[in-house]
Structure formats: C-alpha cells, structure tokens
Design a protein around this ligand. Structure first.
Ligand SMILES: [Zn+2]
Length: 431
C-alpha cells in the first residue's frame, strides 16, 4: 500500500501535483456534484482520483470508496488537462456508479425544515458555553483563542477540577468542526463537556479525569464556515477567508508539517491548502495555543467514515512513535467500534493537517475520530453517535496522563511536567 501511494504522488511531478491536485469546490448557486461509489484494487488508484482535480474521496472501507464527483470545468486549457487526468484516474477503478445525483441532497432534511434541527449553530454554541460556565464557575472558564476572518471568536473552555495543583496538571485539547459541513463534529465536544460536568463529584472516574487534567474544549474551530454551511451552502468545507480568485482555505491542510502533500494549489478546490503554511487565522490560533499550553495530547472530530486516525497524514512512512500511536489508536477503536489506522495508509495523503503538526512539532499524542457514516446525520442520530464514542474519548483522556511521551516535538526540558498524582494510567493501562 505504501509504495503505491508514494509512487503516484511522485510520478505526477511537483508542478502538476500542486496545480491540479484536489477537488473543485462547488459553486454555491449551482450543482454540488454527484456522490459516487467505486471499487479499487490499489491505493494508488484512489490517490489518482483524489488528486485528479475533480473527485474528493470521502469514505474508504476496504476496497470500496465513496467520492464526490464535482462538475468539470467546461472550457480552457485547464479543462483539457483535467479531463485527461480525470479519465486516467477513472480508468483505474471499477464499478463507478452514481449513488446520489446531487450530494447536497444528503442534507435535504435540513433544507426542508429550514433550520438545522438539533445541531448547534455558532450562536447556540456560544450561548451553551456561556451557560455552562455560569452554571459551573468552579470547574469551567471560557477563553477566545483567536478570531476568524469574519471576526467570530474561536471560543474554548477550560475544564479542571478542584483537586491538585492546577499548574502541574497535564493539558489536553479536544476540538471539533474544523470542516464546515461536518456538523456532528461539534456535538461530541458538547456531549463530553456535559457528561464530565454533570458527573463530576458523583462518578469516581469522571471526577478523577477532571481533577487530573486541564481539558481545553473548542467545539467550533471554523465558525465562519459553519455559519456559511448552515445559511448559504450546506456542503461548504473550508473557512471563508478571501483568496486570490476565490474564497476559503481548508484549515486542515494549512498546518506546517507536510504542507502541500495531498492538498490543492487550486483556490477553488475543497482541499486548497492556502498561500503558505499558517496563512489562516484559525491555524495560527491553534499554534499559539499549543505554544502556550504545551498540550500533551489532542483529539479532533471530523465526519465521516467511522475511523480513528493518527499520523502520518503527510505520507505512508511510519512515524517514530508508530507502535505507541497504533496501540492507543487501537485501544480507542476497540471501544467505539471504528477502524484505526494511519491517515495516509487507510484514507489518503493529507499533509498540512492538525495531527501531524501537533504530533511532530508540539509532541502531543494527536488523534482524529471520523464520526458516523455521513457528513450530517439525521439529528436523531446525534445522541447515539455521541454515546457510542464517549468511552473512547474517556480512554483518550485517561491515557493522556501516561508518562510515555512522543519522541518527537518540543525539547524534553520544555515539556510540561506530568504530576500524575492519581496515577490514572496505572489504573487504566493500555494492553
Ligand atoms: Zn473533516
């Protein structure tokens, strides 16, 4: 698998790869593309599709994949080059068939309702965070970690219990909704927050977790994108910052490590990586927070595919801590029933994503859950999906306290001390 993916990436040549790679973002006023299903026999075929300029692979299960096939540009030199690349990529797959004529129909239920069902809007997310802070003043404090392009706060809360010295507590970060259309990814942070707050002082495990850690929770990492997705164009993925010739950067391709690999140089692409690493306000807000807090672990939520993901996304080589990452990933996946694996090996190349940078640059155990089986599940599925994932998230928190640390990242002497005063890792060792 590794050699196949690598060879196609290299054989395309850097210039072509950067210019043409990635899927086109749809025109908000027009068709958003088809949802298609296909079979592949070599990961290189999937990579070729995903970087063809017209497909966006959204789900991989074994030898089957689901992708969005965006409308092709109809005129000009680019259209001709793309058509050739797309047909070459399509030649490698079998059983290519349309599942849904317009992928936006996945969200028809919400369009019909004229609202977002039980999902949070940006405004309701802010309101709930404020409510929780005022109801639990001793446990919870809010902090804006930065602003979006349109001036919205990236609002986080810090949760920690009354026991132990706060300065000694290891810090972890949990965040959701970096991709605008993945609404379910903002719901699990809220579910976790409510679970820990209401069980603190009652349930021994929840109490220990909250007392041992400083848990930063940021439910909405891309507020402008969420707002746009819920009011204008539901399949929007990127942020809303103006770019030369277009709008929006895929924030999860804008981080430093692996920048440019498996992402697009084309501004209208859904996986446009931005002008340069850290060009986006959201990216810089995350990096500043990491520099200040030195998180020892991070967990992000995306949708969809029922996966537990970890580094590398940038390529299929093994990271220095592959054994430990695999052990932790598998332990969490055992609890939520998802499939664990390295991003570039079980999905596709995704450089410039959060996990690689949080792991390599900041030395955090960085994981991502791809929640559920669709971008925006019916809102009656919010609760079951959150419930299914809660034990895995709790395991993430319990094992964060482990004194084992990545071999990469910030210098050892700069790492936060792990006081481990309740020795949670001894109570919950990974097998
Ligand atoms: Zn995502």
């Amino acid at each position: 698998m590794a050699s196949g993916v690598r060879s196609i990436t290299l054989s395309l040549g850097l210039g072509a790869f950067l210019v043409l790679n990635g899927a086109f973002a749809a025109d908000p006023a027009g068709s958003t593309g088809k949802l298609v299903r296909l079979r592949f026999s070599d990961p290189a075929q999937l990579e070729a599709l995903n970087t063809s300029g017209q497909y966006e692979v959204v789900e991989v299960k074994g030898d089957r994949a689901i992708a969005i096939q965006h409308p092709a540009p109809t005129a000009g030199k680019l259209a001709a080059v793309l058509a050739k690349r797309v047909s070459l990529a399509e030649a490698g797959v079998a059983g290519l068939e349309t599942v849904l004529e317009n992928v936006d129909d996945q969200l028809a239920q919400f369009r019909a309702q004229g609202n977002v069902g039980k999902y949070h809007t940006y405004a309701s997310a802010l309101a709930e965070l404020a409510d929780l802070c005022s109801n639990y003043p001793n446990l919870l404090k809010s902090e804006s970690i930065g602003k979006s392009y349109e001036g919205r706060d990236l609002m986080a809360v810090r949760l920690t219990g009354s026991a132990g010295l706060e300065a000694e507590k290891p810090k972890v970060l949990i965040f959701g909704l970096m991709h605008a259309r993945e609404w379910i990814s903002a719901e699990l942070p809220f579910y976790l927050l409510r679970y820990l707050l209401t069980n603190y002082g009652k349930d021994p495990e929840a109490t220990k977790i909250v007392d041992n850690l400083s848990i930063y929770i940021l439910p909405v990492s891309n507020p402008d994108g969420l707002e746009y997705s819920q009011t204008q164009f539901k399949m929007w993925r990127k942020n809303r910052s103006p770019q030369d010739g277009g709008t929006g950067v895929d924030v999860n391709r804008n981080f430093t490590v692996g920048f440019g690999a498996g992402s697009s140089d084309y501004v209208d692409s859904d996986v446009y990586h931005g002008k340069a690493p850290n060009s986006e306000l959201e990216t810089r807000a995350f990096c500043s927070l990491f520099e200040r807090e030195k998180f020892i672990a991070s967990l992000s939520f995306h949708s969809y595919s029922e996966l537990v993901l970890y580094s590398w996304g940038k390529d299929t080589s093994l990271p220095p801590d592959a054994v430990e990452l695999t052990k932790r990933g598998k332990a969490m996946a055992d609890l939520n029933g998802y499939t664990p694996g390295q991003v570039a090996r079980i999905l596709y190349t995704a450089g410039g994503a959060t996990d690689d940078t949080f792991y390599q640059t900041y030395g955090a155990w960085a994981f991502t859950f791809e929640l559920g089986t669709e971008f925006v599940p019916a809102d009656k599925k919010i609760e079951p999906i959150c419930k299914q994932n809660l034990p895995a998230v709790l395991l993430f928190l319990k094992t964060a306290i482990d004194s084992a640390r990545p071999t990469t990242g910030i210098a050892r002497q700069d790492r936060p001390k792990i006081s481990n005063f309740f020795s949670l890792y001894d109570i919950y060792p990974l097998k």
